[in-house]
Design a protein around this ligand. Structure first.
Ligand code: FA5
Length: 345
């Protein structure tokens, strides 16, 4: 078989592959040109019987024809596949609106903590925190409430079984224990805020939940540097920023063992501007939290010398503030896990 025959096969094959219109035809052509009984295969097999000179003469043309036809076959295969596709059924409308994945978002209390932290950090406050599982010393004793102190009954407590331990554990009833924890490791002057979750073993209603959030603040300096006047000004500044308009703060004498003098503080009603409405029961003021000048016994519990420092502490409930700002009727909604409520924020 000579090189002329190879050229003929090549031409014939190229034409046949170019004209092939279906998979079946292609399979037939594959057998015809590359199959065991094809002329090409026979020619390749026959090479071994040729002399070296003949091999040199005809070998390359056999190989060349095979390569050309293989390429023609691949091209034809791709073309047949492309032509056979139902492109219309595969059309993608890139302008069709997508299907939105459901997205979660921050809990309203979390958002409010961030908002309040933002206001205080702009005023130069640091943010501190402490454990929710607290021990008796920090939650009570260090705050001037030894175990026989009647004030312990003011906050109904979830006690943790602590048998065999060297101290009794509980779920903290307020954020005030962080005052002592912070002072143990810091030297005045400082100003901090402490947002946190607290727990009380009490029956619930629209303004009482067993699990809620408090915001504590503590400002301490050398004796004479920090006064009740500073507290009132700070509270008015904070609440005005928080509600977006001027707010008055008033103090009423009250008792908390860890402050002396102690106060409860009210803000002018945010709904009627102090004129008197249903929300403030016609009084014009709304009760917000507790405050006072830090008891020297608390400084002593934290390891400070008596009389060297002076400061104020205050704390308020976050749910009650959120209820006021967003007009939410029930404190129990926040921890209810009801997504219909959460999704509104
Ligand atoms: C305290 O917890 C003091 N630690 C606050 C304090 C700090 C006083 C620093 C002095 C100096 P009281 O028990 O009143 O105080 O709680 C403070 C606030 O938490 C209340 O004014 C109220 O807004 C909120 N609160 C109390 N109990 C609940 C409850 N069960 N559900 C929702 N909010 C509550």
């Amino acid at each position: 078989m000579g090189t002329e025959r190879m050229t003929e096969i090549e031409e014939e094959g190229k034409r046949a592959f170019a004209e092939a219109g279906s998979d079946e035809v292609l399979r037939e052509l594959e057998v015809r040109f590359f199959g065991r009984k094809s002329e090409l295969t026979a020619a390749l097999k026959g090479l071994k019987d040729l002399s070296a000179e003949e091999k040199r003469e005809i070998g390359p043309s056999i190989q060349g024809t095979r390569t050309v036809l293989m390429e023609a076959f691949v091209v034809a295969k791709e073309r047949v596949e492309r032509e056979g596709r139902d492109w219309e059924s595969e059309r993608i409308d890139v302008t069709a609106p997508g299907i939105a994945e459901p997205l979660g978002h921050l809990h309203p209390i979390t958002t409010m903590i961030a908002e309040i932290e933002d206001i205080f950090t702009r005023l130069g406050f640091d943010v501190a925190d402490g454990p929710e599982l607290e021990n008796e010393f920090y939650n009570f004793d260090a705050l001037n409430m030894p175990s026989d102190h009647p004030a312990r009954d003011m906050q109904d407590t979830f006690w943790i079984e602590s048998e065999g331990l060297d101290t009794r554990y509980l779920l903290r009833t307020h954020t005030s224990p962080v005052q002592v924890r912070y002072m143990e490791t810091h030297v005045p002057p400082f100003r901090i805020i402490v947002p946190g979750r607290v727990f009380r073993n009490e029956s619930t209603d629209a303004t009482h939940e067993h699990t809620f959030h408090q915001f504590e603040s503590l400002v301490v300096g050398e004796t004479g540097d920090v006064t009740v006047g500073h507290f009132k000004h700070l509270a008015e500044t904070f609440f005005a920023e928080f509600f977006g308009h001027k707010i008055d703060v008033r103090l009423r004498p009250s008792y908390f063992p860890f402050v002396e003098p102690g106060f409860e503080f009210d803000i002018s009603c945010v709904f009627c501007d102090g004129k008197g409405c249903a929300s403030c029961k016609g009084i014009g003021w709304i009760e917000i939290g507790g405050a006072g000048m830090v008891q020297q016994k608390v400084f002593e519990a934290a390891g400070y010398p008596r009389g060297k420092y002076q400061g104020f502490a205050w704390g308020f409930g976050l749910e009650r503030l959120a209820m006021m700002k967003r007009r939410i009727p029930d404190a129990r909604l926040f921890m209810s896990g009801d997504l219909r409520f959460i999704r509104q924020f």
